[in-house]
Design a protein around this ligand. Structure first.
Ligand code: 6GU
Length: 239
């Protein structure tokens, strides 16, 4: 997968050299380029923002540098992703869809956002999605891009050593995951649940299922309500 990121803060993306994303890059599964939006300004102050039409607080990113920047990086097969608190929710399903793309371009807005014509004009030439991480406001799209890339890159074939990790995790089966434990069996007076040390795989699977249901009911009742009835087994209703 090819990824281009356009931002006024390229330094935000230093972590992409690390860990599994770094390894995906050195192994050739992922090609990331970070571009300074100011490369596409032409005034001495390298201006990227201006006051909003219609008035109001803050500044808006001017369309011209964005237009030139996106022209320079977008290939014919590219998809544009614009992180914004006004976007549609970024979910595991959205990550799966982005993971199918051959080329992703991320446009990181700052201030009150990017002139909407940039998004509308790009949408005449390529698929565009405006996505939000959740119901809170960040300073800009940079950290959101790190989050989105981490969710997407781990889905690329060959990035995760153990592909089974993708099957059981939270947000693929519709329930939150059960808690996990490792050695030692007693730590600061807290025991690992006995059942996990019993070797009884049937009881362990049932226990994990119950824990997942309980956690989901308490923490994310919205998710539990959305589980299709055929995904519940007879013993689930005991909860
Ligand atoms: Cl994607 N961007 C910004 N600036 N704020 C956010 C967000 C994105 N998602 C939640 N808050």
């Amino acid at each position: 997968m090819k990824v281009d990121i356009v931002t006024i803060f390229p330094e935000y993306f230093a972590p992409l050299d690390l860990s599994l994303i770094g390894r995906a890059r050195t192994s050739g599964l992922l090609d990331v380029a970070v571009h300074d939006l100011r490369n596409w300004t032409h005034d001495v102050h390298r201006t990227v923002d201006d006051t909003p039409y219609g008035g109001g607080a803050g500044m808006v990113m001017r369309p011209e540098p964005w237009g030139e920047g996106l022209d320079a990086v977008a290939t014919p097969g590219a998809r544009l992703v614009v992180p914004t608190p006004a976007g549609s929710p970024f979910t595991q399903a959205a990550a799966q869809e982005l993971a199918e793309a051959e080329h992703l371009v991320f446009a990181c807005g700052r201030y009150e956002g990017i002139d909407q014509r940039v998004i509308d004009e790009a949408a005449t030439r390529m698929p565009v999605t405006e996505v939000s991480l959740g119901d809170y406001v960040l300073f800009g799209g940079e950290v959101a891009v790190l989050v989105i890339l981490e969710a997407v890159v781990r889905l690329l074939p060959g990035v995760l050593g153990n592909a089974d990790s993708l099957l059981e995790e939270s947000h693929t089966g519709g329930l939150l995951e059960a808690p996990v434990y490792t050695k030692p069996s007693t730590w600061r007076g807290h025991e690992v649940p006995e059942i996990l040390r019993s070797g009884d795989h049937g009881r362990i699977a049932r226990w994990r299922r119950d824990q997942a249901l309980l956690r989901t009911a308490v923490r994310r009742p919205d998710l539990l309500a959305a589980v299709p009835p055929e995904k519940l087994d007879k013993r689930d209703v005991a909860l």
